[in-house]
Design a protein around this ligand. Sequence first.
Ligand SMILES: [Zn+2]
Length: 377
Amino acid sequence: MLEKLISFDTVSRNSNLDLITFVQQLLKNYGIESVLIHDANNTKANLLATIGPAIEGGVVLSGHTDVVPIDGQEWTSDPFTMTKRGGRLYGRGTADMKSFIAIILGALDALTKSSLKSPIHLAFSYDEEVGCIGVPSLIREIKKSVPKPRAVIVGEPTGMKVVSAQKGITDVRTIVVGHEAHSSQTHSGVSAIMVAAELIQYIRNLAADIAVKGTHDHHFEPDHTTISVNLIRGGTAVNILAGNCTFQWDIRSLPSEDPMVYVEQFKKHCADVVLPRLHAISPACNIESSIQASAPPLRFEADSGAEQLCRMLTGDNDVRAVSYAAEAGHFQQNDISAVICGPGSIAQAHQPNEYIDVEQVKMGTRFLYDLINHLSR
Ligand SMILES: [Zn+2]
């Protein structure tokens, strides 16, 4: 099954419909009806299905169907052909996170033959890797058509450990409009790139400040909110003061911190300190910052339905948090308790030669069968 899922090139910029249609047909073969929730262009879809009685107290198994690109990465085998080498299964999405979905689909026979007293809901999303774009409409559909579930298990790779908190994401784009002039006439123009450099330095100082003086939570690695600038574009020629520069920055915030505080602080600095100076040269100069994507954090919620269930099934009682974002925060934000617990290691995710240990797939499979047994009692 994993081999089949890996063969679909579901890099987020592509359609995931071939994979989703395959899953829908497979479910149908087992007599399981599913609903697709399409994006605005009808090129992508979430899938929602229920196995077992349509009553409250079910468990949602949540996974994303998209994968990150392979551009510029050196792979020793075809990323979209699953390859087994020495106890490992290689391919894009083996760790993040098609194995979790493959384990579920591989257990459809057992799932349909079991006598579930509480339902299992399958919630497979699109575009998680580009800012959790698909999951909001999927959750809306769950709230509309599914009797309230007791828990969501997001099967991102945690080595089958129970993760009960994650950082939030806020992605900001800043557009600097300068004033073009001959590069020898710096007094009569504004290089947007020079301004951007100054603003990036401001963000760098802000991040360094947070690392020292901000909130610390030892469950996270690193244990504080981080900010980094990772995309930049601007200018036309080396001898023209750059008319524009756009850069994007990424805030990974602790659940206890509001990332918008930092965005507002940055905007205030632009408005009060930087812009007046630019306007003295040209009133057309501008700095504009807008949120491009965001994902809420997953907050610790001791003894939540999801946490209790997964601790009981895995025997893992340690308190864990991750710094990457997942869809768990979205579910929690909608009053459905969630944890992250799935096979594989995040260390292999997004990497060239991404792999999952066969042992992890076995652990994930055992976990699912234990869940089925538990819900059948
Ligand atoms: Zn993932």
